[in-house]
Write a protein of this length. Structure first.
Length: 266
């Protein structure tokens, strides 16, 4: 993320909202769509959330779309698994492989749910400062200081994973032998080695952070907040707008007969 882009996101209307309110709304929407098994409702919610994130967080559409690429791959795998394994009316079959109508519907619903949850996570991470999140959780959510700062450590590590992955991949390319075409060889082996290095580095970094917090006596005495995070009317109205929009979409889906819950599968 460039400095100009980070500055634009930090100055956005979504970034000025209370972190605890944003986190609570993200959890409410994610838990609500867990009980929705039709492909239309999550798709509509995704489109509305995508437009709201692009406008509210002032994120370029191309950057927002690129940040959803990992979730797209996972959503596609969820769709394929459901299409090929869920029982129901068979639409196509070749040997042991078969495609059912129920598998397509449920696969699309679960894929849409995955993309919506990923979009909400991207919107939250890109518009929330880690220190403000911890202070807000400690102030408004009354979270224990040990838990709050553990969340901050994990949040910072999550933000640094992209840069860490780029560094590891570049180091692997420098040491990798070249083939006859002049390109690096053993791509799969390099990828596995990079993933392993990222995992080990994250574990060691988390262990160092835990030792540091313990040595500083975190949580043994009451702590004051240096930069209090306000909770104002704008945050209340933001929560109302999100919940009303969610309720309106669900009500419209239910009235049109599109909305399906888990009971529709049995």
């Amino acid at each position: 993320m460039t400095a100009a882009f980070a500055r634009t996101v930090s100055d956005s209307p979504l970034a000025r909202r209370n972190p605890s309110v944003k986190l609570l709304l993200m959890l409410v929407v994610s838990l609500t769509v867990m009980f929705v098994l039709d492909p239309v409702t999550p798709s509509v919610l995704f489109l509305v959330a995508f437009a709201a994130t692009a406008i509210g967080a002032r994120m370029p559409v191309a950057s927002l779309a690129r940040s959803l690429a990992p979730f797209l791959l996972f959503a596609f795998s969820v769709f394929v698994v459901n299409v090929l394994t869920r029982p129901g009316e068979v639409l196509w079959q070749a040997g042991m492989l078969r495609v059912t109508s129920e598998g397509i519907l449920v696969g699309l619903a679960l894929a849409g749910r995955t993309m919506l949850t990923g979009l909400l996570a991207v919107a939250f991470l890109s518009s929330t400062d880690g220190v403000a999140l911890v202070n807000s959780l400690h102030q408004q959510a009354r979270l224990n200081v040990r838990v709050a700062y553990a969340i901050l450590a994990g949040y910072r590590m999550l933000q640094d994973l992209g840069a860490e992955w780029t560094t590891i991949r570049q180091a692997q390319l420098v040491r990798c032998p070249l083939g006859r075409t002049g390109r690096p060889t053993a791509r799969l082996r390099r990828l596995v080695a990079s993933v392993f290095a990222l995992l080990v580095g994250s574990i060691r970094r988390g262990e160092r952070v835990a030792h540091t917090l313990e040595l500083r006596g975190l949580g043994r005495t009451p702590r004051t907040v240096w930069q209090p995070v306000p909770l104002g009317r704008a945050d209340v109205w933001f929560a109302i707008v999100v919940l009303v929009t969610l309720g309106a979409i669900l009500a419209a889906a239910g009235a049109s007969g599109v909305l399906r819950g888990p009971g529709a599968l049995f």
